[in-house]
Design a protein around this ligand. Sequence first.
Ligand code: C5P
Length: 224
Amino acid sequence: MSNPLYVAIDTPHLEEAIALTKRIKNHVGGVKLGLEFFCANGHHGVHEVQKIGLPIFLDLKLHDIPNTVAKAMQAIHTLEPAIVTIHAGGGRAMMEDAKAAAGAHTKVVGVTVLTSLDGDDLTSMGVSGDPHAQVERLAGLAQEAGLDGIVCSGHEVKAARKSWKDGYFVVPGLRPAGAAMGDQKRAVTPRQARDDGASVLVIGRPITKAEDPDEAARAIVGTL
Ligand code: C5P
């Protein structure tokens, strides 16, 4: 079994990302670089982190017309990311074209409803019904469009796995037992998420802010 732990390197600073990745590289499955990192450092920055030898998850959450997203996917082709995120809300054609444009070894994963949005936000955007129903609808659409999987919370992954047997489920917002909760109010442990069917466990601050990030990563993997 390959190591499912991807560490969220949430920084725009290249040197910091490199130093952190070097410290944790022996105990993690990969690193997640987000929009802030990519906007600040582009392909060069990704290449520099890649030299350390870990798979890269590019969390870009692409969302535009199908042609533009497909071209963006082609533009990151040479980076050979292991995982790329796109917004399922971009619709079926956008998802289909994004998947078709991605490299054969890249998992294209859909973001359903951002956890920063609540029911009132959705209503104000003209989306009626509860957020949970919207998550399910978009997950179904992602599956129909041929994506590899979705990003979902530790609370959702069990149901997602049940209805999408070979889906690839990326689960963030996890907290090791006994860890500070930060702004993750309803956290699930990495072990629980793994048992419930997560393919990838995304963990940021409990590792990146630990006194010894490598030891923190090792301890988490030891619970799986
Ligand atoms: O530091 P922490 O473990 O909370 O980082 C989690 C990572 O997962 C961050 O990069 C964050 O943007 C992302 N994420 C999340 N919750 C979601 C979706 C993404 O924490 N619902």
